[in-house]
Design a protein around this ligand. Structure first.
Ligand SMILES: C[S@@+](CC[C@H](N)C(=O)[O-])C[C@H]1O[C@@H](n2cnc3c(N)ncnc32)[C@H](O)[C@@H]1O
Length: 288
């Protein structure tokens, strides 16, 4: 289900920090792609049901988060064919760590020993390794995962973390997302990577009670905004086995203390952290 046209929003930003904060807000509102052109942040959205309301909500969040009273927000529409074309132009293979490369299907890369390649084509779901939260989660999953483990990817988006986990040796992944477009994108990307049979993809909004009834996993990864993560941490604990690991991403630096204290209350220990451009990802281990 591809829309005829995409809603394109542009926001003038005055600094790198503003750009970063703005892109966080846009992703929270469901942006599927962001790019920076001459200091303006350009973001693409599926057409909202009510454009006026949508723009007002975004404007309120931007004003609140960035404390700018006169935020210049502009919008336009872009035909889908043009959008896919633009994406192809800017989307190149990316080296995430010594071991992990993410690339679109139309780019060839040299095959190298010990390098794991994840093939992702940009669709309408979040997760092309363009965003620091995805890259942080990828690097920590690489560290946390042991071969043969069965894990859960909560908020799978494009399926990028699921595919990386299988490529890094996970034996099975349950991949959930509350957004039907994400389920469509994950399924397509699993096929591209030839790993359909190792993954169970489910349209599901994870809640504390759902997680409690759907354990026991050796690892869980979730790259979702902090206010969604916070009430789920207890559920993650219950869905993990005794020494299970949890990788959380999508946390802005000023949200870290509340995530840390909730994980401590739920008896998780921090095993590792990854910080990039004001975003924190963290690897926790369940303390029995
Ligand atoms: C920031 S994207 C992450 C996508 C991908 N995992 C990555 O790391 O790039 C967050 C995803 O979580 C999904 N999501 C948000 N809340 C959720 C919930 N309670 N249960 C399942 N999925 C959720 C959103 O639909 C979105 O696709």
């Amino acid at each position: 289900m591809v829309p005829d046209s995409w809603l394109v929003l542009s926001v003038s930003c005055r600094s790198a920090l503003e750009l970063e904060k703005c892109s966080g807000v846009m992703f929270d509102f469901g942006a599927t792609a962001v790019e920076e052109i001459n200091g303006d942040l350009i973001t693409y959205f599926l057409p909202p049901d009510n454009l006026g309301n949508f723009l007002n909500l975004i404007r309120m969040d931007l004003n609140e988060g960035l404390e700018i009273e006169e935020m210049f927000l502009a919008y336009s529409w872009q035909r889908h064919e043009d959008w896919s074309h633009l994406w192809k132009r800017g989307f190149l293979p990316k080296k995430i760590s010594k071991k992990l490369v993410v690339k679109p299907s139309w780019c060839a890369t040299e095959s190298q020993e010990d390098v794991v390649t994840v093939v992702i084509d940009p669709g309408m779901a979040f997760g092309t390794a363009e965003h620091p939260t995805t890259r942080g989660a990828l690097r920590l999953v690489e560290k946390a995962l042991s071969p043969g483990q069965k894990i859960m990817d909560v908020g799978c988006g494009s399926g990028i973390l699921t595919i990386a986990a299988i490529r890094l040796g996970a034996s099975h992944v349950l991949s959930l997302d509350s957004d039907p477009y994400a389920i469509e994108a994950t399924s397509a990307n699993l096929q591209r990577n030839g790993i359909v049979e190792k993954v169970n993809v489910q349209l599901e909004k994870a809640s504390q009670s759902w997680l409690e009834n759907n354990g026991e996993w050796e690892g869980i990864v979730a790259n979702i905004q902090s206010d969604t993560l916070l009430p789920l941490i207890d559920g993650f604990k219950n869905a993990l086995n005794k020494q299970g690991w949890l990788v959380l991403s999508g946390i802005m630096a000023d949200e870290w203390t509340s995530i840390l204290s909730r994980t401590e209350e739920c008896k998780f220990n921090v095993r590792g952290m990854d910080a990039e451009k004001g975003w924190i990802s963290a690897w926790f281990e369940s303390d029995g």
